[in-house]
Design a protein around this ligand. Structure first.
Ligand code: SAM
Length: 300
């Protein structure tokens, strides 16, 4: 893969806040569950102590390839490398860590998609680009087109409602099921056409953004994986170990808040209210606008 400008790949959101909350100068074992362009990992590497390690996961092999180049010097140190890249879903994190007999001092999850994934047109994450309706982070399981072509109208409506709060969910789901009898869904343009036919022009961009978000969440089972991951890593946290999660829509944020709260005997919630990006950051990076940061710490 061609070397990509670091800024072009993805601008990390709330970088300073995440690094401060992870308290990286103190611990020995950290996980970045969502490596992406490596923005947060890079800042962690700059600050960890000499014998500390960062395990960095991404389900998308393009993110791993990008970071193999970005962190080439560190990785060339072999067994002495402070960075271990793992091409896998972050819900496998607990097994990777426990099979090495380790405990976690800090875990970061910066959920969703990177700018690179949005802007690289061939996987259909964005309604703005013509592409196959794929949307999988890893090339396994159902694609977005499969979901549109196979699920019932009730199931589709539920996906649009639950994963994107879409008020026209039922109308859109019925239109999709009617349309697929004529020809199966294959490209982003096929789904755009449905929105253009069903929704007044002034609402079309937001409706498209919601439908694409909902499908991506369904394809990658994002909410289930988030819940499984948080639940499985809590027992692996060292006393004082921290979980830092940045979510980008209400469904994710609710899961984080509820899991922190329901583990009250084990976890202290550090952020009583979700932290938001500063107006200054939002001005420079509009993708920071919807970010909500929550932090919990394992009790001693
Ligand atoms: C918002 S980006 C992270 C950006 C990163 N913090 C940075 O500074 O460049 C989210 C990344 O998480 C990855 N991702 C999303 N869900 C995942 C999962 N279940 N397992 C592993 N990686 C996942 C995506 O492929 C994407 O690269």
């Amino acid at each position: 893969m061609a070397r990509l400008n670091v800024e072009t790949y993805h601008t990390p959101v709330m970088l300073r806040e995440c690094i401060e909350h992870l308290a990286v100068t103190q611990g020995r074992v950290f996980v970045d569950g969502t490596l992406g362009g490596g923005g947060h990992t890079s800042a962690m590497l700059e600050q960890i102590s000499g014998d500390a390690r960062i395990f960095a996961f991404d389900a998308d092999e393009k993110a791993i390839e990008h970071c193999q180049i970005r962190f080439e010097d560190e990785l060339l140190r072999g067994d002495a490398s402070r960075l271990i890249l793992v091409h896998d879903n972050f819900d496998t994190m607990a097994s990777h860590i426990s099979e090495r007999g380790l405990h976690l001092n800090g875990v970061l999850l910066d959920l969703g998609v990177s700018s690179f994934q949005f802007d690289h047109h061939h996987r259909g994450f964005s309604f703005r680009h013509m592409a196959p309706l794929d949307m999988r982070f890893m090339p396994e399981g159902e694609t977005a087109a499969d979901i549109l072509n196979i699920r019932t109208d009730q199931e589709l409506a539920q996906i649009f409602r639950d994963y994107a709060d879409e008020t026209q969910a039922w109308r859109l789901a019925k239109a999709i099921v009617q349309r697929r009898h004529l020809a199966p869904f294959a490209t982003t343009a096929d789904l755009r056409d449905i929105v253009i036919q069903q929704i007044p022009p002034q609402h079309q961009p937001k409706t498209m953004a919601r439908l694409f978000q909902a499908l991506r969440i369904a394809v990658n089972r994002e909410l289930q994986r988030l819940e499984d991951t948080l639940t499985s890593i809590i027992p692996l946290l060292a006393p004082g170990g921290r979980i830092v999660v940045m979510s980008y829509h209400s469904g994710e944020d609710r899961i984080v808040k509820n899991i922190f709260r329901s583990n009250g005997p084990t976890l202290t919630t550090i952020t009583k209210k979700a932290v938001e990006a500063s107006p200054h950051e939002v001005r420079d990076n509009p993708r920071a606008r919807s970010a909500r940061l929550r932090v919990a710490e394992r009790r001693a």
